[in-house]
Design a protein. Structure first.
Length: 139
């Protein structure tokens, strides 16, 4: 993709690619798609000092750290690896079961409160977001 934004003083846009890629495994179609998305989000860094010089698009499932680091996990993102996680619930009163119902981590706190016999409505977030407990547990 070439830059499509007009230059200063109405100059025609540059024909050099705006973004370079370190991963050679991307297909030309993938690179073009990413180029288009980034061009919509960011100005040309060659013309706008507020635009980022470097944009890192992490690979799903990869944790970027130094080889000697003890860190083996990450959190806080929206990739499939960070949002589609297994959840195991165990309690003496529960019968073995496997549910394939999508749930969110927000449902854990109200579930714990219900299991302890406490009212989840005491949590402001539960009231504001209308969060329920995990399905299939009978609490």
């Amino acid at each position: 993709m070439t830059a499509r934004r007009g230059g200063a003083g109405g100059k025609p846009p540059s024909r050099r690619p705006l973004f370079a890629f370190a991963r050679a495994s991307l297909s030309a179609t993938e690179r073009e798609s990413i180029q288009q998305a980034l061009a919509l989000l960011f100005a040309d860094p060659r013309r706008d000092s507020r635009a980022p010089d470097i944009i890192v698009i992490p690979s799903a499932g990869v944790i970027y750290t130094k080889p000697s680091a003890s860190k083996i996990a990450e959190h806080g993102g929206f990739s499939r690896d960070e949002t589609a996680v297994a959840l195991l619930v165990s309690a003496p009163s529960l019968k073995p079961a496997q549910l394939r119902t999508p749930v969110t981590t927000a449902e854990i706190a109200p579930t714990v409160l219900l299991a302890l016999g406490l009212n989840p409505q005491a949590l402001l977030a539960v009231r504001q977001e209308h969060t329920t407990g995990l399905p299939g547990l009978g609490y």
